[in-house]
Design a protein around this ligand. Sequence first.
Ligand SMILES: *[C@@H]1O[C@H](CO)[C@@H](O)[C@H](O)[C@H]1NC(C)=O
Ligand SMILES: *[C@@H]1O[C@H](CO)[C@@H](O)[C@H](O)[C@H]1NC(C)=O
Length: 293
Amino acid sequence: MALVGPVCILAVAYFVLRALFNKDTTSRPYFKWASRLFSEETPQYPQKEGQLRLLNRQDVEAFNESTWQRQCYDAFQTAILSEDPVAFPCIYATKGFKAREHRYIFIESDDMSDDKNMKVMATALKKYLETPHSELGPNTSMVVLFPIPTSPLSVKDYYQKYWDCLRGLRARDPKPWPGQIPTDTDTPMWRMCFDGQPIFSAALTPGHSKRRSRYAPCFCIVFQPNFVFDILFSTQLKKQSAISKVRTLLSDYDDVAVSPELKNYGDETGRECKQYFIMDDNYAPACPYTTLG
Ligand SMILES: *[C@@H]1O[C@H](CO)[C@@H](O)[C@H](O)[C@H]1NC(C)=O
Ligand SMILES: *[C@@H]1O[C@H](CO)[C@@H](O)[C@H](O)[C@H]1NC(C)=O
């Protein structure tokens, strides 16, 4: 299952407006509209958990086109709906998007050392994982979107930010790490866990170029609950067919060979952490953290 997962990085979703929680944002054009997203008056930061709402496609598409959130979402959408020269390889992400199963959250800056950013993300992820599967749909993802940068960072810098994000989430995880999953990232059975459950994660960045399947004009971090893969890989036949479909698309879509790190979860030589954030070239550095704590 690990194989399609990473590929499915592409699978996606999203949410929130940190900006909305700051009083000084009242002058921004989107404020008036955005405040309608929240039934109560503008929440103060740190917001209470109950006030944070995951956005669905309808919510996001109600943003005025001039807002950064909408521009970011449009860029994300263009990336995953691309058909050039073949369909965007994570066809399940595309399906989930079209079926309105993704949930979105917007984070105003990609500063992972900012406690406010991390708290919003952790709260959102917890909410998302607690949402009944039937409410989300079989090809769901939670998509975290950051503003489109004027000058993108290098892939290496995004890599570090990505891992700082996972570590920051773990530091705010309300539940203990599940006993059956190793905490050492350099083992075949390690995977990201949050709120007591294993999840898949991936990133698209503005720094990627050859690996187009991992490119988006805005930095996006995606999370997928395990049930998505349980459905997708419910039989060996389905699993083989899903994996080979995605692989074929990847090799036609990317200007770099399919990553040798894409392996089945549990494979002795596989490292799930190397499938989350895939570099632009086929070079896979060790996870910067031996454990997320
Ligand atoms: C979007 O915002 C711009 C600038 O504030 C405004 O002129 C325009 O009418 C808005 N569009 C919609 C559809 O509300
Ligand atoms: C979800 O993806 C599966 C493939 O895993 C597909 O067969 C199904 O049609 C998709 N569901 C929706 C609602 O798009």
